[in-house]
Design a protein around this ligand. Structure first.
Ligand SMILES: Nc1ncnc2c1ncn2[C@@H]1O[C@H](COP(=O)(O)OP(=O)(O)OP(=O)(O)O)[C@@H](O)[C@H]1O
Ligand SMILES: [Mg+2]
Length: 244
C-alpha cells in the first residue's frame, strides 16, 4: 500500500534523511523506533508532505504523492490520517466540532451522516459523553483520544501517528495506548506509528523499523528485532528489554 523509496531531506547543510526505504502493506501495524534526532518525525511527516522531502518517492496505492499538485495532495490526505504529539485541537471548538471540522470536505455525507460519524469515532476512543466539552476541560490523554477520533472520522486507509503519547503524563499514557491497541486490532486498518513505548511496540507491531542517523538500519517482527538484533540500535533496545 505504501512504498517509501530513497527519501532524502536536509536542513541547510545538515542531511537528516539519507535514503530511507521501507514498505507498509495493507492492514499492517508498523512501528518506527530509534534514538532522538535520527529522523523519525521527519520521515513520517514526509509521507503526507507536512514536510517536503528533497528527493525520493512516496508511492501510496500506486501513485507517487510527491508528484501531486496541491489539490490532489489535499484529496490524498483525506485518506491518510495524522495524529500529532501535541494533539493540535482547536481550543475554541467543542470536541464534537473539532471532529466535524475534519469532515467538512466529505460532501457525499449529509449532516446527519456526519453527526453519526462523529459519535461513532468518539465511541471508538471511549469518549462518547465528551462531545460538548472544550479541549481546555480535558486531560492530556483525553485530548489525544479526541485527536485520534478526529483522524478516525475520515476512515483513512492509512493512519500516521508521531509519538502519540510523548507529551502525556505517565499515568495517562496507558489509556491512549489501550485505545490505540484496540484500533490496531481492526485488521483492515494500516498504521505507521512512531513511539518510544517498547512494551506497546512489542505487543502490537507486525513489524518494527529501527532508524539510526537518517536510515532504516533494521526491520522485522518485534521478536526478531528486539531479541536477535543485528544493528547497534537494535542491540541497545535488546539491553533495555533484558533490564526490564
Ligand atoms: N524544521 C527544521 N529545521 C531544522 N532542523 C530540523 C527541523 N526539523 C527537524 N530538524 C532536525 O532534524 C533532525 C531529525 O529530527 P526529527 O524530528 O526527525 O527526529 P526524531 O527522530 O523524530 O527525534 P525525537 O525522537 O526526538 O522526536 C534533528 O537533528 C532536528 O533538530
Ligand atoms: Mg520526533
Amino acid at each position: 500500500m505504501l512504498k517509501v523509496r530513497e527519501l532524502y531531506k536536509s536542513y541547510g547543510e545538515v542531511q537528516i534523511l539519507k535514503g530511507v526505504n521501507f514498505d507498509v502493506s495493507q492492514g499492517e501495524t508498523v512501528i518506527i523506533m530509534g534514538p532522538s534526532g535520527c529522523g523519525k518525525s521527519t520521515t513520517i511527516r514526509c509521507i503526507n508532505r507536512l514536510t517536503e522531502p528533497d528527493g525520493g518517492q512516496i508511492i501510496y496505492k500506486g501513485c507517487d504523492l510527491l508528484e501531486l499538485n496541491q489539490a490532489e495532495l489535499l484529496k490524498a490526505r483525506q485518506d491518510i490520517g495524522f495524529v500529532f504529539q501535541n494533539f493540535n485541537l482547536i481550543d475554541r471548538l467543542t470536541v464534537f466540532d473539532n471532529i466535524m471540522l475534519a469532515l467538512y470536505k466529505q460532501d457525499t455525507l449529509s449532516l446527519t451522516d456526519k453527526e453519526a460519524v462523529v459519535e461513532d469515532s468518539l465511541n471508538q476512543v471511549q469518549l462518547g459523553d465528551f462531545s460538548n466539552r472544550y479541549p481546555q476541560d480535558l486531560s492530556g490523554g483525553q485530548k489525544q483520544r479526541v485527536a485520534i477520533a478526529r483522524a478516525l472520522a475520515l476512515k483513512p486507509d492509512l493512519m500516521l501517528l508521531d509519538e502519540p503519547t510523548a507529551s502525556l503524563d505517565p499515568i495517562l499514557v496507558s489509556e491512549v495506548l489501550e485505545v490505540l491497541e484496540s484500533i490496531t486490532a481492526n485488521q483492515n486498518r494500516t498504521l505507521l506509528i512512531v513511539t518510544h513505548e517498547l512494551d506497546f511496540a512489542y505487543r502490537v507491531a507486525d513489524r518494527i523499523l529501527l532508524m539510526d542517523n537518517g536510515k532504516i538500519v533494521e526491520e522485522g517482527p518485534p521478536e526478531q528485532v528486539f531479541e536477535n538484533p543485528t544493528s547497534e540500535v537494535g542491540k541497545k533496545y535488546n539491553n533495555l528489554i533484558r533490564d526490564h
